[in-house]
Design a binder for this molecule. Structure first.
Ligand SMILES: *[C@@H]1O[C@H](CO)[C@@H](O)[C@H](O)[C@H]1NC(C)=O
Ligand SMILES: *[C@@H]1O[C@H](CO)[C@@H](O)[C@H](O)[C@H]1NC(C)=O
Length: 633
């Protein structure tokens, strides 16, 4: 080879060759020796131009197979200098990356060995320096040169799926070829050399349902009618094999779990065509009386139901709602039930899917119908009064035991139990009224007084004599009719005075009166003075015809020294029939007044008479009531 005249500076050459060797190393594979060029007088520029013409020379590389398995060091190649005559004068020295630790050189022969197993996937190149020295003088007999040991790939790595295992989802009933997921395997072997890193995908489990594109790893469906309701999950094993899938290639696998997602391909179906429920007639309106459920093999929104009542028997009396959690149809009572008038209801209920997939409508209607029969259960109901509220009127003057009115209640059940009446004592604590427990006739039990209680709200009870726990209630409102049993009186106790210097006919005071009775058109009250013929009147009274009267002076000569206090007797009558009247005495004090009629001095102020009126009648009534109650119980 030295005869080829390659008088070049190796260290320069290597710099150019490094990028080239990527493409051209195959040529040099069998040329595992490096010739150290003999030093000549040739200039560098000459050497460079020479180099360009020989750029394709790549003999400055060594190749060594990775993963050598033998026990002996692996022969890599040989350094050789043209100057070496084989007489042992030349000593070869190796230095640089991996010298000593990996590569050894025989300093006499220049043979290079690898003492360790090499792994291309760890390090693909080693750059080393070669020297040839004179054994005696230790001088370089060649310029130092660089060379490369390239580790040559073998297919020692299998493909791996770094992202596996995979989970893919695809809608059931998808067309053939729908892509599900893409799997990717990688192979660390040299992708630029041979087929060690050229992968092919295949399915080794589940190929009847899914395929994988050999080059891209895209997993696709191969069946058109994949039905989630039959099988919703598939476990595939996908293999990637290098060497383009040929025999002897290495392979790796991954699992792909494919879940079929739901589409609405199943209609709702009632498991039964007839349903029967019992409903107590006492069930309250707006309560759920029955639940029915249509089944749907689909999931979630595809199994959402709408229910509808189809027949008149159910409409109006019931409505149906969907329970959003269970998709049950809740039949809800809308009108009170009555066993005695309608003991059962029969109607059809339709269930339909809330969300429909048009693609599957051709398979048939997505609705189902079932018949619901509701049997109303008789319940022992309490007696019912003809009227829940009765109005009665009685005169306040009615004698004890007078008839007030009558109530009537009936057991609505078919047993028609007799009823017994009573008054809820809490509604009539003073025991003004009694009720006959069989006839329902209400009578007075106490003297009544409209002016004390004008209106009674009593609760009457009716219990079944066969089942006293069944009690019905009604309200009886008793209004008391007024009778004229109160005489009129002055509105207040008047304190009156007259000035000594009064003039005749002067107004002293206007007085008014009231009557506790309240006849329908109100009372007209009449005022008058008692006239005792012998006496000379000092005052006159003028009835104003509006339930007031004016007191006037008769003359102008009132003197304290004659009489300090005058009294005047006034009779007040009402317009009742017969009329009631009261006799009242007014006191009029004589005072010393100024010119404007303002009191300056009254020698004696009349003391108002304090009257404590005890309503003895009320107290007596309460006592009587208590005795009555004790007597009854
Ligand atoms: C009568 O009493 C009942 C219950 O105590 C009450 O609900 C009702 O409003 C009352 N009626 C009248 C008119 O006061
Ligand atoms: C009127 O007043 C005089 C005294 O001024 C008295 O003697 C007389 O009894 C009074 N008349 C009556 C009816 O009170």
């Amino acid at each position: 080879m030295g005869k080829m005249g390659c008088h070049t500076v190796l260290s320069v050459l290597i710099v150019f060759v490094l990028p080239l060797c990527e493409d051209l190393f195959c040529e040099a594979m069998t040329m595992n020796s490096v010739i150290l060029p003999q030093e000549s007088g040739g200039g560098a520029s000459q050497a460079l131009s020479h180099l360009r013409s020989k750029r394709s020379w790549v003999w400055n590389q060594f190749f060594v197979l990775e993963e050598h398995a033998g026990d002996e060091p692996l022969y890599v190649g040989k350094l050789h200098s043209d100057v070496d005559k084989g007489d042992g004068q030349v000593r070869y020295i190796l230095s640089g990356e991996g010298a000593v630790s990996i590569f050894t050189i025989d300093e006499n022969t220049g043979d290079i060995h690898a003492t360790k197993r090499l792994d291309r996937e760890q390090q693909a190149y080693y750059t080393l320096r070669a020297q040839a020295r004179d054994r005696n003088t230790d001088l370089l007999i060649e310029p130092e040169s660089y060379f490369i040991i390239k580790v040559q790939d073998i297919n020692d790595n299998e493909p791996t799926f770094l992202d596996g295992p995979y989970i893919g989802r695809v809608a059931e009933m998808s067309p053939v070829g729908t892509s599900v997921v893409t799997v990717v395997a990688t192979d660390p072997d040299d992708p630029t050399y041979g087929n060690s890193a050229r992968l092919v995908y295949s399915i080794i489990q589940g190929q009847q349902y899914f395929s994988v594109e050999p080059n891209t790893g895209v997993v696709r469906t191969v069946q058109a009618d994949m039905d989630r309701e039959v099988q919703d999950c598939f476990l595939l094993i996908v293999q990637a094999k290098d060497m383009i899938g040929q025999m002897g290639g290495l392979s790796g696998t991954t699992s792909v779990t494919v879940m079929l997602t739901d589409v609405n391909d199943n209609p709702p179906r009632f498991p039964h065509s007839n349903y029967q429920f019992s409903v107590p007639e006492s069930t309250l309106v707006s309560r759920v009386v029955a639940k029915i459920k249509a089944l749907d093999l689909d999931l979630g929104p595809n199994a959402e139901m709408d229910y509808r009542i189809l027949d008149k028997d159910g409409l109006g009396n019931f409505r149906i709602l969907t329970d959003p959690n269970t998709q049950e149809g809740l039949i809800i009572l809308q009108k009170t039930l009555d066993f005695e008038t309608k003991p059962n209801y029969t109607f059809r209920v339709e269930a339909s899917n809330h969300n429909v997939d048009m693609r599957f409508l051709s398979m048939g209607p997505f609705v189902d119908v079932a018949t619901v029969r509701l049997l109303v259960q008789n319940v022992d109901e309490p007696p019912v009064f003809l009227s829940p509220v009765s109005h009665m009127v009685i005169s306040e003057a009615a004698a004890v035991g007078s008839h007030v009115g009558i109530v009537s209640a009936q057991d609505p059940d078919n047993t028609k139990s007799p009823v017994r009446y009573s008054i809820d004592r809490k509604s009539d604590v003073d025991c003004y009224f009694k009720i006959d427990n069989r006839s329902g006739v209400i009578t007075t039990n106490q003297p009544l007084d409209r002016e004390i209680v004008a209106f009674h709200n009593i609760t009457v009870l009716a219990s079944e004599s066969l089942n006293v726990s069944q009690v019905g209630k009604a309200v009886v409102l008793v209004s008391l009719m007024d009778v004229n049993d109160n005489a009129p009186n002055f509105t207040i106790e008047y304190q009156m005075f007259v000035c000594e210097n009064s003039k005749p006919g002067q107004l002293i005071q206007t007085v008014s009166a009231v009557d506790r009775d309240e006849p329908e058109n109100g009372h007209h009250l009449f005022f008058s003075l008692t006239t005792e013929a012998s006496e000379k009147l000092n005052f006159t009274l003028r009835d104003n015809q509006d339930n007031t009267a004016s007191i006037l002076t008769q003359h102008g000569s009132f003197l304290q020294r004659d009489q300090l206090v005058h009294s005047l007797t006034v009779v007040i009558s009402d317009s009742g029939s017969p009329s009631l009247s009261s006799t009242n005495t007014l006191s009029i004090t004589v005072c010393d007044c100024d010119l404007n009629g303002h009191r300056r001095f009254c020698s004696q102020t009349a003391l108002p008479l304090l009257l404590v009126r005890l309503s003895s009648r009320t107290a007596a009534a309460i006592l009587t009531c208590i005795f009555t109650v004790l007597g009854i119980t």
